[in-house]
Design a protein around this ligand. Structure first.
Ligand code: M6R
Length: 601
């Protein structure tokens, strides 16, 4: 779980490396390092802590170095976040940065130790560096090829050698993108790092090795066969990848939701046909024959999946089971099942491994993802893209609403395909769906009221979130958002469940967020917690005559049908979590111990 970058050009490598690394800091930020060719020698600078601090020592040292270099930002897996464990790792004339996990590192290490290699870190990457170093006789490409052929596990690697102005990169099961510039070429774990430099990219595939200098990129497979460069032009702009004046990416991304949801819907809704235009890789007959939908996902994406559990039986007559991806190993899939993975990054190791296992059942596999060309999208029959643009804040926001809306579109598609949803109902739902971006904007305009509530309860030890039906997954998500960025203990429950145990934790003034935009039963649950001293903050539909009589505070949201009100409640809870963390002065975009893309199981 790290970010790697590389530069081969005509300008000084240092500034480009630090700039691109900072753009990848969301992938990990416990230590960082660069290796730059300097007067034919290798200049290696690395330290525990933030990239900005490392950059300061680079500048203090006189910004040395030529125009070729590699860099790394780390999220510890093997060994603690120390300077010794920071990348690059050096072996003889070779420096290496790596993202991924080398599974057979122990046996490789024993062999290298026997051959006299000295290890300075606890990392599996140093094993890789020594392995490459052991093969290096002046041809770095050949050395990398020989090394990766002996390695089991996942890797995205960038390497350089003393005296050379070329980078050598390789990929297996970890993302790596090459940027093609004018008089300069780049490499990075993610496109967003390269946007200020180029929009022309080549996504590396598993089993490929690239040799990059300032003029050329040469791609080969592991047996040395030359491969064509599959050039892609990325239309994300630089602005989209930067904060645009907001104090945090998270707040910016929350405010982008009217547009991102619009993008998710755009060109996919045909009100006239009462249908949805998305390709899910299934024929009309295959959709009719479907008996069940199984969904695997992690974290926030898992919460999105839970919505389908409520929607698809009603909309499409399809039962749904949802599994946390890391617990999928005992799950059996019957023929007639559609397996759906939901992952914004498309790189979550638990989800990828569940999808791999699912391939043995011979069922159709599709994905909902935000990242075009990500690993999951290459494993499945079809992907529904959420089209949210890059999400930098570690806490998922716009990609979650993108997932909810994509799931609703898929539900309508399945419902129509199975003749379960009438033309009239489907058409009505689609018309209401197109109003959603405007309604999200109205929720955003309630931000001052939500900020006041957040500030009032910012010093609470714990929060509860309750919701029923479509709002239960939103209660889960509201609690996750609260705990991951504000560090307040928060639990999400179905409204009816508190009385089965958690009620014991309610004391005078405990904040309980009640999602109450529809249904009467939640009102009974509000009364239960009020009777035990809780302060109830209710999110309810505008004009609800009852809620203000029973809740301490009411935030009114635009009136929407139940399934769509789940999206509106989500936005309100994102703001609540954001302003709570802000009031507590926390590092909102980079919460402790967390990383954006979790590429280890
Ligand atoms: O990229 P994915 O959607 O697969 O990521 C899954 C989770 O790691 C992710 O949703 C995580 O829970 C976020 N920090 C939530 O804000």
């Amino acid at each position: 779980m790290c970010g790697i970058v590389g530069y081969a050009g005509c300008d000084k490598a240092g500034p480009v490396l630090f700039d691109t690394l900072k753009r990848l800091e969301y992938r990990g930020y416990d230590s960082a390092g660069v290796a730059i060719i300097s007067d034919g020698d290798l200049l290696v600078l690395k330290a525990a802590g933030r990239i900005a601090d490392l950059e300061k020592s680079y500048l203090r040292g006189g910004s040395l170095g030529s125009s070729t270099g590699i860099g790394h930002t780390r999220w510890a897996t093997h060994g603690p976040p120390t300077t010794e464990n920071a990348h690059p790792h050096v072996s003889g004339d070779v420096a290496v940065v790596h993202n991924g996990i080398i599974q057979n590192y122990l046996e490789l290490k024993e062999d290298l130790l026997r051959r006299g290699f000295v290890f300075r870190s606890d990392t599996d990457t140093e094993v890789l560096a020594h392995l490459i170093g052991s093969f290096y006789m002046g041809d770095l490409e050949e050395a990398v090829r020989s090394a990766v052929c002996r390695v089991e596990g996942s890797y995205a690697i960038a390497a350089l050698a003393r005296g050379s102005s070329r980078l050598v990169c390789a990929r297996n099961e970890s993302p790596l993108v090459i940027g093609i510039g004018k008089g300069a070429n780049y490499v990075a774990s993610d496109v967003s790092a390269l946007l200020p430099y180029t929009r022309d990219i080549v996504r590396m595939n598993d089993g490929e090795i690239a040799v990059i200098d300032h003029e050329r990129v040469v791609l080969r497979d592991l047996s040395g066969i030359l491969l064509p460069l599959d050039l892609e032009r990325v239309d994300w702009d630089v602005e989209a990848a930067e904060r645009a004046g907001y104090p945090h990416f998270m707040l910016k991304e929350i405010h982008e939701q009217p547009r991102s949801v619009q993008e998710t819907i755009a060109t996919r809704v045909s009100e006239m046909d009462g249908d949805v235009r998305i390709d899910i890789g299934l024929t009309v007959d295959e959709i009719r024959a479907l008996e069940r939908v199984s969904i695997v996902a992690c974290g926030t994406s898992y919460h999105a999946a839970v919505l389908a559990k409520y929607l698809y039986p009603k909309a499409a007559g399809l039962p749904v089971d949802v599994e946390v991806a890391s617990e999928f190993q005992h799950h059996l899939l019957r023929p007639g099942t559609l397996l759906l993975s939901i992952t914004q990054s498309g790189e979550t190791a638990d989800t990828l491994s569940a999808m791999k296992r699912a391939s043995t059942f011979g069922v159709k596999r599709i994905a909902i993802s935000n990242v075009v060309g990500s690993t999951v999208t290459r494993m499945v029959d079809e992907t529904i893209y959420t089209r949210c643009g890059p999400e930098i804040g570690v806490a998922a926001t716009k990609t979650f609403t993108g997932q909810l809306v994509s799931l609703i579109l898929l539900g309508i598609k399945l419902g129509r395909g199975k003749n379960h949803l009438s033309y009239e109902n489907s058409r009505k739902m689609l018309v209401e769906l197109t109003r959603l971006p405007g309604q999200i904007q109205e929720v955003l305009e309630r931000r001052d009221q939500i900020r006041e509530i957040a500030e009032k309860y910012a010093n609470s030890d714990r929060y509860f979130f309750i919701g029923r039906d479509y709002l239960y997954p939103i209660a889960l998500e509201g609690a996750l958002k609260m705990k991951e960025i504000s560090y307040i203990s928060a639990e999400g429950y179905p409204g009816g469940e508190l009385k089965h145990g958690p009620l014991a934790l309610i004391t005078e003034g405990t904040p309980v967020v009640a999602l109450a935009t529809f249904g009467k039963k939640i009102q009974a649950n509000i009364k239960e917690v009020r009777a035990r001293g809780a302060d109830v903050i209710a999110f309810a539909s505008e004009g609800d005559p009852d809620i203000s009589k029973i809740a301490n505070t009411v935030v009114e949201l635009p009136v929407a049908r139940p399934v769509l009100s789940s999206v509106l409640c989500t936005v309100a809870l994102q703001l609540l979590a954001y302003y709570t963390a802000d009031a507590r002065g926390l590092p909102i975009d980079k919460p402790r111990n967390l990383a954006k893309s979790v590429t280890v199981e």
